[in-house]
Design a protein around this ligand. Structure first.
Ligand code: ADP
Ligand code: ADP
Length: 228
């Protein structure tokens, strides 16, 4: 079974004033364990595509199947639940809660899952250790570097045990060393836990690490290349 399958996706923004077709007939499917880069010029539709694949935004036309579930058919509440339990998101701007420590940022997501407090703490620490931040778990985001904040965001995305993670330009604000660090962590999680990663990027070095590269231009897939 494909973990994500989208068919005939079209996204039109500003339908009433000036319609703009940000996505124009996209068909894509992803299997468990893939490590995929989505590339293309700024404004080509990468963010829109990732948001639609993760159920954060709805397409104007087309179908989105995630783990065999047609999310367009779910009510808002069911969709939110489904998203929380199945999908990990990592954004360009980290989106951490500034008043919470790294550990609390991860725990927050675990608490929404209704698991026991002991488990919450243990799992949060385990995740932060996995991204190399076990010793900085009690720092707030402002006391962490950009690379470290993004690694907290990855730990948080993994908290709900999703089988896949969608990341929108996760290295856009990182220097080359932090970029390398983050990629190593993503590759390790992919290799060892078979977590699927789908990330957009502008960075040729990041793109090189992907095993599949999808190029989007003007809202269309113009190339979809599988390496190896
Ligand atoms: P990318 O991530 O590749 O830069 P986006 O998906 O962000 O591309 O944007 C694709 C196109 O859709 C752009 O032309 C952008 O201006 C437009 N767009 C994105 N979001 C909105 C929105 N909420 N309302 C109107 N237009 C939008
Ligand atoms: P990374 O490569 O992981 O992004 P940096 O090289 O930017 O890390 O930072 C080096 C070290 O300096 C890190 O271990 C980090 O904890 C510390 N550091 C960076 N920014 C801050 C900050 N604003 N406050 C406190 N410590 C910081």
């Amino acid at each position: 079974m494909n973990i994500i399958e989208i068919k005939g996706i079209t996204k039109v923004y500003d339908i009433k004033t000036m319609p703009f077709k940000a996505l124009n007939g996209i068909d894509l499917s992803f299997e468990q364990g893939e490590f995929v880069a989505i590339v293309g010029p700024s404004g080509s539709g990468k963010t829109t595509l990732l948001n639609i694949m993760g159920g954060l935004d709805m397409p104007t036309e087309g179908e989105v199947m995630i783990e065999g579930v047609n999310i367009s058919r779910l009510s808002e509440r069911k969709k939110t639940n489904f998203r929380m339990n199945n999908i990990g998101f990592v954004f360009q701007a980290y989106n951490l809660i500034p008043v919470l420590t790294a550990k609390e940022n991860v725990e927050f997501i675990l608490q929404l899952q209704g698991v026991t407090p002991d488990y919450v703490e243990e799992r949060a620490l385990k995740l932060l250790t996995a991204v190399g931040l076990g010793d900085k778990a009690d720092r707030r985001p402002a006391k962490l570097s950009g690379g470290e904040q993004q690694r907290v965001a990855v730990a948080r995305a993994l908290a709900s045990r999703p089988r896949f993670i969608l990341a929108d330009e996760p290295t856009a604000n990182l220097d080359s060393k932090s970029t390398e660090n983050l990629l190593e962590i993503m590759e390790k999680m992919n290799r060892e836990e078979n977590i699927t990663f789908i990330f957009s990027t502008h960075d040729a070095r990041v793109m090189k690490k992907a095993r599949r590269v999808i190029t989007i231009e003007d809202g269309k897939v113009i190339e979809d290349v599988q390496k190896e």
